[in-house]
Design a protein around this ligand. Structure first.
Ligand SMILES: [Zn+2]
Length: 260
């Protein structure tokens, strides 16, 4: 087991030092107020770090690839989905655009043929947990190991080899998530910009938000699973059009990382 100090550990140490200084330097109610403020600040920063993988608070999440080439990765979460994925694959094939799908393991097992089709058409299928449980971030190390491991096994069936990337459900991370990902040889992935496409908002708003975050090496996040098919296809069409006008090529995440 490798021990690394993450920004989280350093802040914990700094907060401890500050609390000690307050405890020594002050007396009475001033001491109590100071300690409460230190604890409050520490827990606020930690809570925000849990929700923002791009802060790399608990470990080295990939949220942007450093490259000078005008290439971006389109990533789709929460699939495969019998309602959306077949039509999305048709569209991506027509546009000649490869994508990265962060799949839910249980859904992979329900749609093995659909996943095999995506792989055969040149797309990348990666790990987005097995159950996509809303409390994944509270799972113990053992339960995380079971959940991520089950998704690895399901995806290995269709890929031929286990996935190399893990995007945590809802993007929530903590020290245990990074530990288990390391054990399973998975790199944790976040995003550069997400379309917030699951909220009720117009197509243009979603696409403009993604375009505003597009830059060389950007990782763009949309949702495949649970989306309304026509809406998703409209958005992908608009996005790919506008990216092409700006000279961007869409590639898979592994291509973005391996050929910089
Ligand atoms: Zn998800």
């Amino acid at each position: 087991v490798r021990h690394r100090l993450t920004p989280f550990h350093w802040t914990l140490l700094a907060a401890g030092g500050l609390a000690l200084a307050v405890a020594i330097g002050c007396r009475g109610s001033c001491r109590v107020t100071g300690l409460v403020l230190v604890a409050l600040a520490q827990s606020t920063v930690t809570a925000l770090g849990v929700m923002r993988p791009q802060w790399r608070w608990f470990g080295p999440a990939i949220c942007q690839v450093h490259t000078a080439q005008a290439r971006v990765a389109l990533t789709f979460d929460d699939g495969p989905d019998a309602n959306t994925t077949p039509a999305l694959l048709d569209q991506l094939a027509r546009r000649g655009v490869p994508a990265t799908f962060f799949c839910i393991g249980t859904r992979v097992l329900e749609h093995l043929d659909l996943c095999r089709r995506a792989v055969a058409e040149g797309h990348e299928l990666e790990n987005h947990s097995h159950a996509h449980h809303r409390c994944t971030n509270f799972f113990s190390v053992a339960r995380l190991r079971d959940d991520l491991g089950a998704a690895q096994a399901a995806l290995a069936q269709v890929r031929g080899s286990p996935p190399r990337f893990f995007r945590p459900p809802m993007g929530l991370t903590n020290l245990r998530v990074f530990r288990v990902a390391r054990e399973l040889r998975l790199q944790v992935v976040g995003w550069t910009v997400r379309g917030l496409d699951q909220r009720a908002r117009g197509d243009a708003k979603v696409v403009d938000r993604l375009l505003a975050g597009a830059r060389p090496g950007a990782i763009l996040l949309l949702h495949d699973g649970g989306s309304e098919p026509a809406r998703l296809l409209r958005r992908v069409e608009m996005l790919v059009d506008k990216l092409e006008v700006r000279g961007y090529q869409c590639v898979r995440l592994d291509q973005l990382l391996d050929n910089r």
